[in-house]
Each structure stands twice: as C-alpha cells, then as structure tokens.
Design a protein around this ligand. Structure first.
Ligand code: DAH
Length: 409
C-alpha cells in the first residue's frame, strides 16, 4: 500500500546564492526586514511570524494560466470538462484560503508536514495559498453542488528544477449522491453505461479490490453502497483516462491504453487510490482519489450523501501530451512558445533556442579565377556551426565579392 501524503518537508534554500552567505543567514535577514503588510490581489493583509509569501509568488496570483485561451493548461482543463458535461465547471476561486479550509476541514492531523512554513505559503497565520484544490471541497459541497469540477492554481514551496515549480494547476472533481435507494439506483444505471462504454474501448485495466483491510469501508457506510460508489469512481476515471490518452501516439490500435490502480491513503477519503497510466514507455502518476469521508460530508452539511472525489495535476499531464520538456515553459510569455498552441488542440511542442534568432551578413573576396558555388559555402557553414545555422541566403554576387546572409539560432 502506498501512503500518499502531501509532500514531505525538504531543504528549501540550498546554499547556492554564490556569494558565500549561508542561506539561513540570508533568510534571517529577510525576516528582520518584514513589512507590516503585504498586498495580495489588490488587498492589504497584516503580516506575522508565519508570513513567507514572496514577491515572485504574489506576481503569479492574477495570471490564471488555466483560463488563458490557447494555453496548453486551458486546453487540458477544457478537455477534462468536456468529459463531464453535466458537471458544474468552476475555475475562478480565489487562491487565498484559511489553514482550516486547506487542512482541518479535510481531517489532516495537527502535525502534518504540509502545514509547515517550509512547505506552504502563508500570508499570515490565518491565511495561506491553497496547496491543493481539495481545499474547496467542503465549501463546494456546502453550496449544494453534487457533481462538479474545479480547476485552479495551487502553491507549494518546492525545489527548483525542470519538473517542479512552486505554482502548478490541479483539477478537482467530485460527485455525491443520496445515500439511499434512489442514489444507489442512479449509480447502478451510470455504472452500466460506463461498463458498456469501456467494454467497447481499447483499454487494459490493472485493478485492486474496492475494499481491503488496509483500505477499508467507513464505519458509517453500508459496504454495498461503498462498493457501488467505488465502482462508479473507478469507471468514471478509467473513461476519463481513455478520453485524455486513448488513441494518441503511444496508445494506438493493437496497443491498448494501460491504466493501473494502486491503494493509497488521504486524510479525507477511504478507500483511497492512485491512478497511473502507461504512456510513451513510462508509468505516469496521474491522480489521487477516493470515497469521501463522512467527516468531510458532515463538515459540508451534507451528511446524508455518499460520494467520491479526485484531484489531478495538469502540468504533468500536459508535459507528456504536448512533449513540453520543462515545467517553467508554461509560464513563458515568449511568442515562440505561446503562438505554437491553439485552444482545443493538442500538438507537439517544437523546441526553440533560449536565445532570440541572430542575423549575420558575411562578405568575402574570392581569389582571382576561383569560383565558389553557394553549396560549397553551405558545407563550410555546416562544418563550422552544425545545425545552429537555420538559413543561409546568397544576397548578392558582384565582380568577385560574395555577400551572404546567415540566420543563426
Ligand atoms: N489533493 C490531493 C493532492 O494534492 C489529490 C487528491 C487526492 C484529491 C484524493 C482528492 C482525493 O479529491 O480524493 O495530492
């Protein structure tokens, strides 16, 4: 059984500032200069000993990449939404939540590492940046939504590399039904429809039992009801995986899409699972999910319901679907990145140099009586500069003087 908690604490500031000042001393200096207030999304908030939000992070809050037309994260959000057309689609909830919403309402233990200032961003002790979209589960159930998707930016302090970024995007999905005969009938009918759909599809599922001693039914639930809701969860997500990955390069005819289920553990669900998909030669961790705990439903004031929830990270999926090699590219404003994409279309990212193109005019004399073909010059350029040179054009040739224009990357 894999116990999936939010990430464990890590050393945050490595001593890589290059000036020989230990990272810890630099941090201490920073906190000594703490201003009395911070402005976040146009509002002023008092700071305190927990405040650790930085100007770079504050600058990301208004961007909402998942709603920017033609951005890969927006296309992926819309693709997921199109798979759940009867669900409410939410994508503009504020990233500011209380630690109570982010952790306590979801039964996180008091000493959970995700609560620490080394792992999460705090405005002050009473207000933080959501670390996951599950932070809104209780509120959304509480407003009466029974089938919904919520896409948002989430924030976690993290290491710096090509696959980690302190801001990323998640889609949360959930469904609750009445915990009575009517609700069970609704699930049975939906399960029949989904089984028929999956039977017709090229998918291979490695399953685990809905319930096990390590992944038990909740005391307040009838095990038959839990079996039905867990089955509905698995069928719904298997068909979502098919929608996202099926039929794409790496999962073609004769080569079924492989999905595997793994037992997991989250504070607000049981039984809980993780889903992995075999795509382009690798098992990819896609999402966490489970049957929502009674305590969460009670907190949302919907105690007579039964339901499931899932949460998935958009960047990781977009990186494989679009072949985007570095998570930092999602934040690029470079037209060479943004102009590659169109809303609703998943296309393969075309790498470009991190430097802008540079143009060179080259002029030279040829010895008297010698001739040089343009192709001779091109071979010379290839020998010297390899594929860095994109384009060579003969601009003019005048009595012995050749002028060539080179475009280099
Ligand atoms: N919030 C979890 C995370 O960020 C993902 C998740 C797991 C969401 C299980 C859920 C769930 O709704 O039921 O890792």
């Amino acid at each position: 059984m894999r116990v999936a908690t939010m990430r464990s604490p890590r050393l945050l500031l490595r001593n890589v500032n290059g000036r020989g000042i230990p990272a810890r001393r630099r941090l201490a200096n920073l906190s000594a200069q703490r201003p009395s207030h911070v402005t976040v999304l146009g509002e002023q908030y008092p700071t305190d000993h927990m405040t650790n939000i930085s100007p770079t992070i504050v600058s990301k809050l208004p961007l909402k990449l998942h709603t920017q037309p033609s951005h890969p994260l927006s296309t992926l959000r819309a693709l997921i939404e199109s798979h759940f057309p009867t669900y409410a689609h939410l994508s503009s909830l504020s990233p500011l939540v209380t630690p109570y919403q982010n952790f306590d309402l979801l039964s996180f233990p008091a000493d959970h590492p995700g609560r620490s200032v080394t792992d999460s961003y705090y405005i002050n002790k009473d207000l933080m940046l959501r670390t996951h979209t599950s932070a809104h589960e209780v509120d959304v159930f509480g407003r009466g939504e029974t089938k919904w998707l919520l896409t948002a930016d989430v924030y976690r302090r993290d290491e710096i590399d090509g696959s980690h970024y302190p801001v990323f995007h998640q889609t949360e999905g959930a469904r609750i039904v009445s915990a009575n005969a009517t609700g069970m009938k609704e699930l049975e009918e939906d399960n029949e429809r989904l089984v028929a759909h999956l039977e017709r599809s090229n998918i291979e599922i490695e399953d685990v039992p809905h319930l096990s001693p390590a992944n038990p039914c909740q005391p307040a639930h009838d095990p038959k009801h839990t079996e039905l809701i867990a089955k509905n969860l698995k069928l719904s997500l298997n068909s979502l995986m098919l929608h996202l990955f099926g039929g794409r390069v790496g999962a073609t005819a004769g080569n079924p899409l492989k999905v595997r289920w793994i037992e997991a553990s989250f504070p607000w669900t049981t039984p809980s699972f993780e889903v992995e998909v075999f795509f382009r030669g690798k098992w990819l961790e896609i999402l966490g999910c489970g049957v929502v705990r009674q305590a969460t439903l009670d907190n949302a004031n919907v105690p007579d319901k039964l339901g499931w929830a899932f949460g998935l990270g958009l960047e990781r999926i977009a990186m494989v679907l679009y072949s985007i090699p570095d998570i930092r590219l999602f934040w690029s404003r470079d037209p060479r990145f943004l102009s590659q994409f169109q809303q609703g279309e998943i296309t393969t990212f075309k790498p470009y140099s991190k430097y802008p193109a540079c143009f060179k005019d080259v002029s030279f004399w040829l010895p008297q009586g010698e001739t040089l073909h343009e192709n001779d010059f091109c071979d010379l350029v290839r020998d010297v500069a390899g594929d860095v040179v994109e384009d060579v054009k003969l601009a003019s040739l005048c009595s012995g003087m050749s002028k060539l224009a080179l475009t280099c990357e």
